[in-house]
Structures are given as structure tokens and as C-alpha cells.
Design a protein around this ligand. Structure first.
Ligand code: PLP
Ligand code: COI
Length: 341
């Protein structure tokens, strides 16, 4: 029996909160078991787990939304399931089927339904699926066993202030290499981003922007979100690179900009010394949603886009359309919304 929850939904940021139930499945002898819900938020694993030593793991992030009528729904979970399969392949882990992935998410949401924030608060239930290589192993080779787990927590904005613009600085460091693991959602990319992130925060920025590792001339992405810009003639532009995470939010915005807002869209190179082409810019992702970028600091010069304090009109329209769909207030393209019955 769940205890009644008393949470000030408006005060939530992006911090861990233990919720009552998580889903845990195990892969052994060539197959995943059917998994079950657990009240224990501790995993007991071998000291020789390859996830601990060699980073053989991956994760996902998606959200459950409460609609006006009180229903709960998921936004494009099939896309997260597919991306997790790609991440698993990249680090030689067994894939979780789309069906098991979505079923695990639904079980966790239903068991923790009291933690899905009410409609209108802007808060959501964040789901964190992950796969880790476990079992006794010391050589640099795939683990003998794996755990697939999904836990959840209610969240508010990832960047402080939500829809308020934030400033980023350009990192001299790289998070991923060409032909490396940048396009997979594996922990090593995030470990590599923690030091550059800490330097950015020390200088007063919300996070850093990474440039392409080969030439350091083109924007790749932010540590936990993709980049987009709106040109002065209203084109939605986002970088095209094999070493960035293929953001589900970014692909959704490309579709919405073209089909809902009748904008031209482009995936192409975005040069750091040509930011003048943009009237507005933003960071997009599941956690970041759409976070307007006030300005980017590069070579000790701050390039301001629309404003450091106000949200640009196109960014606002994209935000309203995306969130309208996610929360069930705007009609979604077919197949984007999966109800949690
Ligand atoms: N880029 C990175 C490095 C991320 O961690 C995320 C978050 O998942 C994104 C981009 C955005 O991806 P998505 O929109 O699928 O959440
Ligand atoms: C997400 O947006 O789901 C992410 O994974 C970003 C992050 C918190 C690492």
C-alpha cells in the first residue's frame, strides 16, 4: 500500500527521489527473464561487474505525462526502446525488446501512479531505464549476465528557471570522438562531460556546448541536450553529426516545425563563428524539454541570440506545441502518444 504523497510539485527540480517501485529483469543463459517490480532501490552486484570497470552499460530517459482528464500517457516510448537497442549493440549487450521495454515502463508508472504530477503543474514523472553488465568477469570482454532496470521520479525543470533563457559556454574538451560512442547513450560520454560541465558552472554558465571533435569549428550539442537555432528567415536548424545523441525531442521538433508551424527545417553544419545567422536558439531533450539559450560564450565574447531574459516567439511556439502534445492538449501525430491504462 503506497503512503499518500505530499509533494510541492511546483518546487521540483531534477533531483533523485526514491519512489516505491522499480522494475528489474535479469539476462542469464542467453535470455531476459520476465522481470518484476521491487521495493528495494539497491542493486547487489559482483565487484567484478563490467559495468563498474569498463563502463559496459547504457541508459534512457523518458517521461510520463498527466492529461487534463487525469489519464497518464507516454511520449514516443518506442523511440527510446529502439535507441536503447542501438546503445546495447554498441557496447555488446543483449537488446531488450520494444515490447518488454514499454511493458516495464508501464508497470513502473502504474505502480507509482501517485507520483505522476497533476496536469497544469508542468512537472512530469521521469523514467530512467538502464542496462548494466554484471556477474564475475575481469577481462575486457562482455559480461556473463545483465540487469535491465527502470526506476522513476517526479521532476520539474532540468535547467533552473525552466523556460527562462540560460547561457552556455563553449568547451575546449570533447565528450565523444568521431566513430566513437557519441551517438549511443552510454555512461562514458557523461563521465567525460562532468569535468567540462563543472568548469562551465564555475564560470557561471548553465552548461557547455561541445564542438565537433575533429575541427572544433562546428556545434555538436550540449552535455545533456541537442542544439537548435532559428534563422533570421525562420528556418529551424539543428546540427547533423554522427557523434551526437540522436535526440527524440529534436526529431519531434523537426517534424513539428515543418508540419505544425510550417517552417523550413534543416539538419546541417552549424559553425560556431556564424551564430549571427540565428535570431533564436535553444537546447532540447527529454529532461531539458526546450530551454531557450540566451547567449553562448565563445573566445571570451558573449553572443546573445534573442535575449538573455526573454523567450523568443518561435521558441515559445515550439515549446507550446511540443508540451501541448505531451500533456494531451494538442492533437499528436499518429503513434506518438501511448496511453498507460
Ligand atoms: N543529447 C544528450 C547528450 C542527452 O543526454 C540527451 C538526453 O537524453 C539529449 C541529447 C536529448 O535526447 P532526447 O530528446 O531523446 O531526450
Ligand atoms: C534526458 O534528457 O533524459 C537525459 O538523459 C539527460 C540527462 C539528465 C543525462
Amino acid at each position: 500500500m503506497n503512503k499518500p504523497v505530499s509533494i510541492d510539485w511546483s518546487q521540483l527540480g531534477f533531483s533523485y527521489m526514491k519512489t516505491p517501485y522499480r522494475y528489474v529483469a535479469t539476462w542469464k543463459d542467453g535470455k531476459w527473464d520476465q522481470g518484476s517490480l521491487s521495493e528495494d532501490n539497491q542493486l547487489k552486484i559482483s565487484e567484478a561487474s563490467s559495468a563498474l570497470h569498463y563502463g559496459q552499460q547504457c541508459f534512457e530517459g523518458l517521461k510520463a505525462y498527466r492529461t487534463k482528464s487525469g489519464q497518464i500517457q507516454l511520449f514516443r516510448p518506442d523511440q527510446n526502446a529502439k535507441r536503447m537497442q542501438e546503445s546495447c549493440k554498441r557496447v555488446l549487450m543483449p537488446e531488450v525488446s520494444e515490447e518488454q521495454f514499454i511493458d516495464a515502463c508501464k508497470q513502473v508508472i502504474k505502480a507509482n501512479a501517485d507520483y505522476v504530477p497533476p496536469h497544469g503543474t508542468g512537472a512530469t514523472l521521469y523514467l530512467r531505464p538502464f542496462v548494466i553488465g554484471v556477474g564475475d568477469n575481469i577481462g575486457v570482454k562482455p559480461a556473463p549476465e545483465y540487469i535491465f532496470c527502470v526506476f522513476c521520479l517526479p521532476v520539474g525543470p532540468y535547467f533552473k528557471g525552466g523556460m527562462a533563457p540560460v547561457n552556455f559556454t563553449v568547451s575546449q574538451y570533447d565528450r565523444a570522438a568521431p566513430y566513437g560512442t557519441g551517438a549511443a547513450k552510454v555512461g562514458g560520454n557523461y563521465a567525460a562531460s562532468m569535468y567540462p560541465h563543472s568548469l562551465a558552472v564555475k564560470k557561471g554558465f548553465a552548461d557547455c556546448i561541445y564542438l565537433d571533435p575533429k575541427t572544433h569549428r562546428k556545434i555538436e550539442e550540449v552535455g545533456a541536450a541537442n542544439f537548435f537555432g532559428i534563422t533570421k528567415d525562420n528556418v529551424f536548424v539543428t546540427p547533423d553529426s554522427p557523434s551526437i545523441l540522436p535526440s527524440i525531442t529534436k526529431y519531434s521538433l523537426l517534424y513539428l516545425a515543418e508540419h505544425y508551424l510550417e517552417m523550413k527545417v534543416e539538419q546541417r553544419d552549424v559553425y560556431i563563428d556564424k551564430l549571427d545567422e540565428f535570431a533564436e536558439a535553444g537546447a532540447c531533450g527529454t529532461a531539458a524539454v526546450i530551454t531557450p539559450i540566451g547567449g553562448i560564450d565563445y573566445n571570451d565574447r558573449m553572443h546573445v541570440f534573442y535575449s538573455e531574459t526573454e523567450v523568443g516567439p518561435v521558441t515559445k511556439k515550439l515549446f507550446d506545441t511540443l508540451c501541448g502534445i505531451q500533456f494531451g492538449d494538442v492533437e499528436a501525430p499518429e503513434g506518438w502518444i501511448i496511453p498507460v491504462e
